[in-house]
Ligand binder design. Sequence first.
Ligand code: ADP
Ligand code: MG
Length: 244
Amino acid sequence: MTTFGVTVNGLHKKFGENEVLKGIDLDVRPGEVVCIIGPSGSGKSTLLRSMNLLEVPSSGSIRVGDDEITDIRTDINAVRSHIGMVFQSFNLFPHMTVERNITVALERVKSVGKEEAKRIALDRLREVGLEAKASSRPFNLSGGQQQRVAIARALAMQPGIMLFDEVTSALDPELVKGVLNIMMKLASEGMTMVVVTHEMGFARQVADRVVFMDAGRIVEQGPPEQIFGDPQSPRLRSFLSEVL
Ligand code: ADP
Ligand code: MG
């Protein structure tokens, strides 16, 4: 697996008059797992979505691997095919089987042949424990299973980085663990991961670095022991006292 980093420099994002990112600098090294925590509305999703240009920055630059994605000369669709993203809402195609959900992008975006696409899909489904569900439709799966399919689908594209935006927030508590375990395994395999999460246990255990955002800024960052064990800023302390 060739995995790569992300460098965000001086990122600002406005929605109308509302500036939601107020100068973000963040360097994620290849193979690093960075968890982003912070209160609702602090700009976590906007930052993550900026990393594959689902949001276009108002100013600043973002480099993903060797590609300056904020440069208008960059072929963003080519870059996006190397960036895996999983959302809170699983975003599976409801009218397609689980297997087809995975093969469709392989065939259309990567021009992989049908047989090969099927083999890749079944391999990825096996890794998330859902090979037996290949012919099911998403609505016949639990939320946790759907989310595991969404992860398998992202991984089938052989991404160099994975972006996760609160992927367990919509799940019943008993389904959270299965999804987190897959993410943990991926991290241990060396995948670069940027994970927006409310799961403080996951961040503490898996993150190489935890980034705390508030009101459009990175307020504090560091290794999990430091962020959770010795928070410096009053805002981080008060956030942790609410969520832990
Ligand atoms: P978080 O993920 O930390 O909860 P978001 O990045 O989703 O925060 O949102 C940050 C702010 O940007 C919020 O005030 C939100 O209302 C606003 N915002 C997000 N997306 C849009 C949009 N497409 N249009 C207008 N405002 C938006
Ligand atoms: Mg969000």
